[in-house]
Design a protein around this ligand. Structure first.
Ligand code: NAI
Length: 252
């Protein structure tokens, strides 16, 4: 029996790469996304690794519907032994911090923080019912924005900083049950999310913004998640893994 991994926002970008990498490492995949348009292509790549996969239409912000989605995943393949909290949205509009509207604040916090908190809570309850031999893991994709302030998208930074505390809270609550809880902080990754600002980042990377001198690729993040999701780090929990080419390291 292959363990089931649930990846949110799995139909494109970083989430799609994570799903394919976890399939290659022996998981079956529940691919949950609000927009399943590109899902069949991801599903085919997952299945090419001999994994079972299924698409689940799912809105992270609709917390009342989380249990129904988890019931459907249980009925299909069993309780997830791995949850990857990847789905997230950027700020609706980049602009002056002094102009952030409550609606924009709420929409970003509802998805990125509130949705992730309550999904993690619901999945964690189910993980406690897994057999003791099945070491479970929860990996949350936050961002360098958890620590680097971008004043033109303050609500996004706040949501990602909150995910840092979410990781520590669940790591403490679940440690006695052998459930590892981790945070992965990607830097600037080439995905549809960054498409609109790609030219600006091309320029800033060329000027030395990222010490590694390149964009991150979704696969860079996926490999870090896969390392955490396997059994190799059994005594580690609450850890933060930076996948940012040294972008977040203080420099002189
Ligand atoms: P993306 O926009 O390319 O893909 C996000 C996926 O999440 C999409 O498939 C979308 O449909 C889904 N999604 C969005 N809202 C959802 C909701 N309410 N319910 C269910 N699914 C939803 O984004 P990307 O770049 O792949 O980012 C993935 C995660 O990584 C996000 O949490 C993002 O904040 C984070 N991240 C991205 C970075 C980047 O440079 N691309 C850098 C640091 C963090």
């Amino acid at each position: 029996m292959r363990p089931v991994a649930l990846v949110t926002g799995a139909c494109r970008g970083i989430g799609a790469a994570i799903a394919v990498e976890l399939a290659a490492r022996g998981f079956d995949l529940a691919l949950a996304d609000r927009d399943t348009g590109n899902g069949d292509a991801v599903l085919a790549k997952v299945q090419a690794h001999g994994a079972r996969g299924r698409l689940f239409a799912f809105d992270l912000a609709e917390i009342e519907a989380h249990e129904a989605t988890l019931d459907a995943i249980d009925a299909w393949g069993g309780k997830p032994a791995c949850l990857v909290n990847n789905a997230g949205i950027g700020s609706p509009r980049r602009g002056d911090l002094l102009d952030v509207a409550p609606e924009a604040f709420d929409v970003v916090l509802d998805v990125n923080l509130r949705g992730t908190f309550f999904l993690t809570q619901a999945v964690a309850r189910r993980m406690l019912r897994l057999p003791a031999s099945a070491r479970a893991t929860i990996v949350t994709i936050s961002s360098v924005s958890a620590e680097l302030a971008s004043v033109e998208r303050g609500e996004y930074c706040l949501s990602k900083a909150g995910l840092g505390m979410l990781t520590r809270l669940f790591a403490l609550r679940l440690a006695a049950h052998g459930i590892g809880v981790f945070e992965v902080r990607p830097g600037i990754i080439r995905t549809p999310m960054t498409e609109g600002v790609a030219a600006r980042y091309d320029e800033r990377i060329a000027q030395g913004l990222v010490p590694a001198g390149r964009w991150g690729q979704p696969e860079d993040v996926a490999r870090a998640v896969a390392a955490l999701a396997t059994q190799d780090l059994a005594f580690a929990t609450g850890s933060v893994v930076h996948v940012d080419g040294a972008l977040s390291l203080p420099r002189l």
